[in-house]
Ligand binder design. Structure first.
Ligand code: 5GP
Ligand code: ZN
Length: 122
């Protein structure tokens, strides 16, 4: 995988959310990550967890900066605890590319729960 230099993408919706130019409902924030509620929730709890730096998808992120990818996963688990669904269980989803259903090309984890999660896989 070619080296990818993260930068702020001026036409990226999630970079706009990190910058505060686009409003969002913040759930959790660290120096490297930001978590906010999905605007079209698929379940009672549906939070998006992103690196503040712009990477187009998770594959690019983990190749370029595995420690940052790990920070996004750790933040996602922390979000589940904050939202009170860690014990009951939840789903982390990473859509990658067009066939994977990715629509926003800034790497993100969906944290979904608050009820039995239905849909692929499981
Ligand atoms: P993807 O399909 O790329 O995996 O997920 C993108 C997610 O971003 C979708 O679940 C969609 O509902 C959410 N989304 C799209 N636009 C906005 C927005 O302006 N604000 C927030 N909070 N979520 C958004
Ligand atoms: Zn971005």
């Amino acid at each position: 995988v070619a080296r990818y230099d993260a930068r702020v993408s001026s036409d990226c919706l999630f970079c706009g959310i990190v910058a505060g130019d686009i409003p969002s409902t913040k759930v959790y924030e660290t120096d490297l990550t930001f978590a906010f509620r999905d605007i079209h929730p698929s379940a009672p709890i549906h939070v998006l967890v992103i690196p503040k730096a712009h990477y187009p998808d998770m594959a690019t992120l983990v190749a370029a900066d595995p420690q940052l990818a790990s920070a996004v996963l750790a933040a996602s688990a922390e979000v589940a605890s904050i939202e009170g669904i860690a014990d009951a269980g939840y789903r982390m989803v990473v859509n990658t590319g067009t066939d994977g259903g990715q629509t926003i090309f800034h790497a993100h984890v969906h944290v979904i729960g608050g009820g039995k999660v239905v849909g692929l896989p499981g």
